[in-house]
Design a protein around this ligand. Structure first.
Ligand code: SF4
Length: 168
């Protein structure tokens, strides 16, 4: 299974707490006004990488946790589910995932929802330019939520966090 990847950042501290391997995927149809990265919208952008190779990159860095971003990983949900499942089964790394969908939209679609059980944190919702707030941590506008999908957070509480959202 393959993922169209735009970029991979190693030991970044900008995409969630601590050091993280951040996988930026190609393709996003949300087209938020003021998007920080409109060149990521192209579903044919970047290059294809095998899930197995991405897993090896993630595992090679014993220090870093993992971030999925884009683009929107939920447009390649089958392959990201496979990658996330392997990461969670074979490492103790946490996974943060950014998406332009809301949690409720994802939960309402079984195809999209297949990724949720393998994620630790979902940062959800579209960027709303009119509500832009540069003081927010890890988000561009306050409608976007940092949602812990599993038990205790892996870091200190972050304003805007919605803890313990039950999965269906
Ligand atoms: S969801 Fe993210 S990548 Fe997609 S248009 Fe909105 S801000 Fe840009």
């Amino acid at each position: 299974m393959e993922i169209r990847v735009l970029d991979i950042l190693h030991q970044t501290m900008a995409d969630g707490p601590g050091f993280r391997t951040a996988i930026y995927c190609a393709g996003c149809a949300h087209h938020c006004k003021g998007c920080h990265n409109p060149q990521s919208w192209n579903f044919g952008g970047g290059h294809k990488m095998d899930v197995e190779d991405l897993l090896a990159i993630v595992k090679a860095d014993s220090l870093s946790d993992v971030t999925f971003s884009g683009g929107d990983p939920f447009y390649q949900v089958d392959a990201f589910t496979e990658l996330a499942r392997r990461i969670k089964e074979e490492t103790d790394k946490t996974i943060w995932c950014w998406t332009g969908f809301t949690l409720e939209e994802i939960q309402a679609d079984p195809h999209l929802a297949q990724l949720l059980p393998w994620l630790d944190v979902l940062v959800d919702g579209p960027f709303i330019l009119e509500q832009r707030d540069t003081t927010l941590l890890f988000r561009g506008s306050p409608n976007q939520r940092i949602i812990y999908l599993k038990g205790q957070p892996d870091c200190d509480d972050i304003p805007g966090t919605v803890p313990l959202v039950p999965l269906r």
